[in-house]
Design a protein around this ligand. Structure first.
Ligand code: NAD
Ligand code: USQ
Length: 398
């Protein structure tokens, strides 16, 4: 065994393939999840495009296929503090991977219930994890899934550094170079919770010397990894709806069902992207390269390429013949931005990026094709608005 990892949020889109990846690599894995994401599916009356199995059936299928055991604990990390503490004390994990947050920006902007739920869930979850690690006294390396969105997406013409910004300040003895946490600039209530997480990590690292890695991840695309493909019962989520579907997966699914590609605004927004199989690889690299005791919070940018939304739409349209349509942007964000991202830390640890050019878009298209009958087309156009006073143009306008 390589050690014990607890995966908080291990039933989700990133968490499930990560759990399988660690189990396959010989780690002892415990998934913690309160199944809130599945309950939000019920609330939104929308399901994953792929037919994901209930958690116990997933775990049984994994055991059948590989002979490996994954443990599962149903626990609300934001609420059930003592249960979380006992789990850490009993299992004494070497690492905890924290995915257990409400992660959709549009859902977090839907209404005041969703805003309050996102803030309460995400901030309490992260704080409970930190306080429980301290109270347990166990030497756990915490690896958190953060977001590129903590930086904002404007870069003043320079690549976004990995977490810390060098700045020159006018000191009493002349100019002095300091390093500060990159200034937070969230673009949604969800992204705001991630900037708050970063401050909590900063504090607990400084005060309690916790060993923490914060992964500032870009938009994830794809659905399968080598492990989720081993059996249909292991299939990963594929969100395509206007709240949870991320842009490239939405475009790929839209192309399959003959829906126009839903570019918001002029599509000049540049974002950072990563394929789900690289998510799993990066998290493994992070777990296996912890910060030393006494080090500051380790921050990696977890993204392999940057693209504008319009570029993505054009690439998908070229491959599939889909129509590209420009919709009034439901979000409050810059219509156009430049974005370059430093990702030398993961490359230095040996990551070989899977990019759009690697042919995997076709694989996602074939998954979408296989399950297209499960798509509810009424869920494609979002009704989550960043401001209450805008109307979504459902027909689309240039
Ligand atoms: P997801 O919603 O599919 O998975 C999150 C999981 O956490 C769900 O299974 C949910 O039930 C669980 N969960 C949420 N709150 C919980 C709580 N209080 N207690 C226990 N379980 C709880 O999301 P995802 O796409 O897998 O994202 C995982 C993490 O990665 C998130 O923190 C997100 O911010 C980050 N991230 C995701 C993306 C992306 O494109 N999907 C990109 C960058 C960062
Ligand atoms: N967009 C469109 N059309 C669509 C959907 C989105 O043009 O149909 C645009 C959005 O306006 C935005 C960009 O595409 O400019 C990305 O949107 P997204 O929904 O793919 O991603 P986002 O809301 O940023 O959130 C996702 C994950 C979140 C993660 C974040 C990483 O849901 O958990 O934190 O990506 S990042 O964007 O780098 O901050």
């Amino acid at each position: 065994m390589n050690g014990h990892v607890i995966i908080l949020g291990g039933d989700g889109f990133c968490g499930w393939p990560t759990a399988l990846g660690f189990s396959q690599a010989g780690y002892d894995v415990t998934i913690v999840d309160n199944l809130s994401r599945r309950k939000i599916d019920v609330e939104l009356e929308c399901e994953s495009l792929t037919p994901i199995q209930p958690i116990h059936r997933r775990i049984a299928a994994w055991a059948n296929k590989t002979g490996k055991t994954i443990n599962y604990v149903n626990l609300d990390v934001a609420v059930q503090y003592h249960k979380l503490l006992s789990l850490i004390e009993e299992t004494r994990p070497t690492a905890m991977i924290h995915f257990a947050e409400q992660r959709a920006a549009p859902y977090s902007m839907k209404n005041s219930f969703c805003k309050r739920y996102t803030v309460g869930n995400n901030i309490n979850a992260t704080h409970n994890v930190l306080a429980a690690i301290v109270e347990s006294g166990v030497d756990v390396h915490l690896v958190h899934l953060g977001t590129m969105g903590v930086y904002g997406y404007g870069t003043a013409g320079m690549p976004i550094p990995e977490g810390y910004l060098k700045a020159v300040v006018e000191g009493s003895e002349g100019p002095q170079e300091i390093e500060i946490l990159y200034p937070a600039n969230p673009g949604s209530v969800y992204h705001m919770t991630k900037t708050q997480d970063a401050l909590m990590f900063y504090y607990y690292n400084k005060n309690d010397r916790l060993r923490i890695t914060d992964l500032h991840q870009g938009v994830v695309w794809g659905t399968n990894t080598a492990e989720t493909m081993l059996d249909e019962a292991l299939i990963n989520r594929y969100d395509y709806d206007g709240d949870y579907g991320t842009v490239l997966n939405r475009f790929l699914m839209q192309s399959v069902i003959g829906h126009p590609l839903t570019v918001y605004g002029c599509g000049g927004q540049t974002r950072a992207f990563i394929h789900i199989s690289d998510t799993v690889k990066c998290i493994r690299l992070a777990v296996e390269n912890p910060p030393a005791h006494g080090d500051r919070v380790q921050i990696f940018n977890q993204a392999t390429e940057t693209r504008t939304v319009r570029d993505l739409a054009e690439i998908v349209a070229e491959q599939t013949g889909a129509e590209v349509r420009y919709y009034k942007n439901p979000r409050r964000e810059d219509a156009v931005n430049q974005l370059q991202v430093e990702n030398g830390k993961f490359l230095g640890l040996g990551l070989k990026p899977t990019t759009l050019g690697n042919g995997l878009m076709q694989e996602v298209i074939s998954i979408a094709e296989k399950y297209k009958d499960r798509c509810d087309t009424t869920k494609i156009i979002t009704d989550s608005l960043w401001t209450g006073d805008m109307e979504v143009d459902r027909k689309g306008s240039k």
